[in-house]
Design a protein around this ligand. Structure first.
Ligand code: ADQ
Length: 497
């Protein structure tokens, strides 16, 4: 056995995309996204493992011949798939995860379907993940569990007498007590969270909500003062156990986006997009299909903007990009219809032979296409009703290399905590306020745009995804994990700041 400790990342989805072709063959592709980019070098460095569900494929579809392809896609670290059957997908994933916790944690309690069979399946699948970890983990490994689908994994591991340090990061918001208290399994969920050694949230508000819920629901807990060496981390004491609770705002690989924005291919595409509309101001929205993202509210605000300010007809264009997501859940299918109706209505009302007010795309774009859009558009319009962080806001700033863009951002996105001074903050429920924000963005003097964008870019540059990773691991390791390697041993590119 390797004496060194390894890192085990556990998330609902593996950082791979498995797709079944029409001929029935399974193809393996690399996954994308901030978490994969940040974790891959660390996993390679420490010969780590990523454990997760490979997506909508059957266990029988994965044969031994595919394992090398899966390993190649992961390149440098090992991957352990956890297979889910169709009942588990329905009850654990679409059910408890996405029809209970996701809406509950985003304050959409009217969308919660509190079915006991969902809870049963959630417990079983979390145990299944824990068993896979149990089979893989050595004594010194650090186990890092991600997100709302796997809250119970730490507690399940403790039941299996796993004594390793275990961390948890919540990528969604954590709701206020009045919201969380509605969950029939509130005690079980909170108690399970307290089995982790360290819990990370995006914002101070999430951390406060969590601590308030613990005080009200668990009660027998002592909140220690903040840890001296790290102002954003507090310690909870339950009998002999201590749990660290910290704020670690996730981010992106700034350098990757920044460098790609300079790429000649990206430049050519950006120029091409501008060819037919040199004087048009383009507003960009990029969101996963989700009712939390406030897509209809943005479209309604744009419609109001065109109604109130006819001088911007033929001078403004709204590109709304939507990445397909969770369409098997009815709330998502309904949302798609609502968006399509609104786009049709706005274009029907205002379009002319040579001007289309809204361009709507419902697909995943490749990285270069997305970055070209970030580079081209004068305004990014990001208005979630609630969002853990929102990486699109950070990606837009990183790619805005001429520093002329304006960011309109919802005050309910976690990113607003970092960007409140230089973005135009909006309340997505206030359509009139959002209309005014679009007007303000259109009329903002160049000097002010430059200054604000420069400040925003500084924040993303200084607190990138590697900073996030190091902050979390440092806070975990400070906790007397004497056998555990120091944080800088994880550093992929010596980026500890
Ligand atoms: P998401 O809800 O998925 O993440 P977000 O943080 O905005 O939200 O990330 C979306 C990602 O998808 C971005 O990297 C973006 O580039 C990409 N994307 C969106 N539309 C796309 C398209 N059409 N084509 C290609 N790529 C597209 C969850 C939480 C967030 C939290 C993150 C990370 O809901 O609040 O910021 O996890 O913790």
């Amino acid at each position: 056995m390797d004496k060194k400790s390894h890192i085990i990342i556990v998330s609902n989805r593996l950082p791979l995309i498995l797709k079944k072709t029409e001929g029935g063959k399974i193809e393996v592709g690399k996954g994308a996204g901030g978490l994969v980019t940040a974790m891959a070098p660390v996993l390679k460095n420490r010969k780590g493992t990523w454990i997760g569900w490979p997506g909508y494929v059957q266990e029988s579809d994965i044969d031994d011949n595919m394992l090398p392809a899966i390993q190649t896609a992961a390149s440098g670290y090992s991957v352990k798939p956890v297979m889910l059957n169709s009942n588990e997908v329905k009850n654990y994933y679409e059910g408890f995860s996405n029809s209970i916790i996701w809406p509950l944690f985003h304050d959409f309690t009217d969308k919660c379907i509190f079915l006991p069979e969902y809870w049963k399946s959630y417990q079983e699948v979390n145990k299944k993940f824990a068993l896979t970890i149990y089979q893989d983990a050595n004594d010194l490994d650090f186990i890092w569990v991600h997100d709302y689908q796997l809250i119970l994994v730490g507690a399940q591991l403790r039941k299996m007498h796993i004594r390793n340090p275990i961390g948890f990061f919540l990528h969604t918001p954590f709701p206020p007590f009045d919201t969380f208290a509605r969950c029939p399994w509130r005690f079980e969920l909170l108690s399970a969270m307290l089995e982790y050694d360290i819990i990370g949230f995006h914002t101070i508000q999430n951390k406060r909500n969590f601590i308030r819920c613990v005080k009200k629901i668990i009660q027998d807990v002592q909140i220690d003062k903040k840890i001296k060496s790290n102002a954003s981390v507090s310690e909870l004491r339950l009998g002999n156990r201590k749990v660290r609770i910290g704020v670690f705002p996730i981010s992106i690989d700034y350098n990757e986006f920044f460098l790609k924005a300079w790429d000649s291919d990206v430049y050519k595409r950006a120029k091409e997009m501008r060819k037919n509309a040199p004087d048009m101001k383009i507003i960009l929205g990029v969101d996963r299909l989700d009712y939390t993202k406030g897509i209809p509210e943005k479209l309604i605000a744009f419609k109001q903007f065109l109604t109130c300010f006819p001088e911007f007809h033929k001078k403004s264009h709204f590109i709304q990009l939507v990445i397909p997501s969770r369409r098997e859940i009815s709330a998502y299918a309904d949302l798609k219809l609502q968006i399509e109706q609104l786009v049709g209505e706005i274009n029907g009302m205002f379009a002319t032979g040579d001007w289309l007010p809204v361009q709507y795309m419902f697909r995943t774009l490749d990285r270069n296409e997305l970055i070209s859009l970030y580079r081209t558009c004068e305004i990014a319009f990001i208005a979630p009703l609630k969002d853990g962080m929102n990486l699109v806001a950070k990606e837009y700033c990183a790619c805005n290399i001429d520093e002329k863009g304006v960011l309109i951002l919802s005050e309910f996105a976690g990113a607003a905590q970092q960007f409140h001074q230089d973005a135009i903050l909006v309340n997505p429920h206030d359509i009139e306020g959002m209309t005014k924000a679009i007007y303000k963005a259109f009329n903002m003097p160049l000097e002010e745009r430059n200054q604000r964008m420069r400040n925003l870019r500084e924040i993303v540059k200084n607190k990138d995804v590697f900073w996030w990773l190091n902050s979390f691991l440092n806070a975990a390791i400070e906790k007397d994990l004497s056998s555990f390697p120091q944080a800088d041993e994880y550093l992929p590119f010596n980026l500890l700041k």
